[in-house]
Design a protein around this ligand. Structure first.
Ligand code: 2PG
Ligand code: MG
Length: 422
């Protein structure tokens, strides 16, 4: 069994130009592997702790040098001589070293970089692809992309209330076909925006960030793009939203429709209207992270409507098993967004996915708005048989890198590759 002999941390930069952690793990068989941790901006308060040097004025309080020091000293020393194939033991040791609920001592960024890099190293030592190492030889399902093609909310400097307007190719038979469908819709959207003199510069996740007046206008543009690209809205290409409503919540009210705050009942009615009017198949974070009552009420109405709508918990669940268990009990959603850095170790991430699948919840593996060239989540999606991946638009290399990795995985699987269906 190869053993860990050295771990090295370094500060690198993410797609927003902010410092982040990279860890490199070396084993005694001569191999090494690295991982870069992403960072979100619309963060849930229940997420694991991201350690930054708030007092370091040189980097405006954003550097991660303390975290790098932790990787290079405490973590490196504690994992020395560990079996690289024993991911659970590696992660458990990291958890024990930290000892706090939200990983406040070492920082989830220090821990996750090492956790992920160790798994990549193990795959290299075994000379197999990462997705096969993580998921076993039967991993052969490619996820449907939830492609974010118009950016709003905290991800763009326009005034769109909803954060992400996405498309999902419902019937793609291969991953390459799925990407091609999204490409065609995006190209049409670009033409339509240009024709109406809207900006086609992009936001943090690569989607266009035009200064549209309201959510409906963005949806109408996407609808027209789907049709003009030659696809049937809803049937072949559906619209999916991430409201990221934590950002739009104050004193028990939501400003999802406009800058005015409405009570949750009105917000629920607004979503039901949108679903009635448009081919929307998935809504993420329609309510705030602790507004369990609105989530449950909404789910009841969705069920009663007999419409097959995916209701996704992101800030609600924060990739945390306890929060997901509560959601399952209270019937607050039917899908979970999975972001490894919300929880901090690979083992915990995989355990959450298992719990979700056991309870018939869909899983969507997700990037963060501040991301990097690291493509780990593409392999994770295939390894865990997750039906969807959310990793931005077909723009900005840190987003496209994940799609390109999935195209390579599909090629490697050859005739054994199959496409997820919803
Ligand atoms: C989200 C994510 C990713 P952030 O809300 O789903 O799209 O955004 O990384 O900013 O939390
Ligand atoms: Mg979200």
């Amino acid at each position: 069994m190869p053993k860990i002999i050295k771990i090295k941390g370094r500060q690198v930069f993410d797609s927003r130009g902010n410092p982040t952690v990279e860890a490199e793990v070396y084993s005694d068989d001569g191999n090494h592997a690295s991982a870069i941790v992403p960072s979100g901006v619309s963060r849930g308060t229940h997420e694991a702790f991201e350690l930054r040097d708030l007092e370091n004025k040189e980097y405006l309080g954003k550097s991660v040098l303390k975290s790098i020091e932790i990787v290079n000293t405490i973590i490196s020393k504690s994992l020395n001589n560990f079996d690289t194939f024993d991911q659970r033991k590696i992660d458990q040791t990291l958890l024990n070293l930290d000892g706090t609920k939200q990983k406040k001592k070492l920082g989830a960024n220090s821990i996750l970089a090492v956790s992920i890099a160790s798994s990549k190293l193990a795959a290299i030592s075994k000379k197999i692809s990462l997705f096969k190492y993580l998921g076993g030889i039967s991993s052969n399902q490619l996820p449907l992309p939830l492609m974010n093609i118009i950016n709003g909310g905290a991800h763009a400097s326009n005034s769109l209330r909803i954060q992400e307007f996405m498309i999902r190719p419902e019937k793609a038979k291969t991953f390459s076909e799925a990407v091609k469908i999204c490409f065609l819709v995006i190209q049409k959207l670009k033409t339509l925006l240009n024709q109406k003199n809207f900006s086609t510069s992009v936001g943090d996740e690569g989607g266009f960030a035009p200064s549209l007046n309201n959510n409906e206008e963005a949806i109408e543009f996407i609808l027209e793009s789907i049709e003009k690209a030659g696809f049937k809205p809803g049937n072949e290409v559906s619209i999916c939203l991430d409201v990221a409503s934590n950002e739009l919540y104050k004193n028990g009210k939501y400003s999802v429709q406009s800058a005015n705050f409405d009570d949750p009942k009105k917000t629920i009615d607004y979503y039901l209207d949108l679903i009635d009017k448009y081919p929307i198949k998935s809504i993420e974070d329609p309510f705030a992270e602790d507004d369990w009552m609105s989530w449950a009420r909404f789910m009841q109405l969705i069920k009663a409507s007999n419409k097959n709508i995916q209701v996704v918990g992101d800030d609600l669940f924060v990739t945390n098993k306890e929060r997901l268990s509560k959601g399952i009990k209270e019937q607050g959603a039917n899908a979970i967004l999975v972001k490894p850095n919300q929880i901090g170790t690979l083992t915990e991430t995989i355990d959450v996915i298992k719990l979700a699948h056991k309870n018939a919840y869909k899983t969507i593996i997700s990037h963060r708005s501040g991301d990097s060239e690291d493509t780990f989540i593409a392999d994770l999606a295939v390894a865990t048989g997750s039906s969807q991946i959310k990793t931005g638009s077909l723009a900005r290399s840190e987003r496209v890198a994940k799609y390109n990795r999935l195209l390579r995985i599909e090629e490697e699987l050859g005739k054994h590759a199959k496409m997820a269906n919803i």
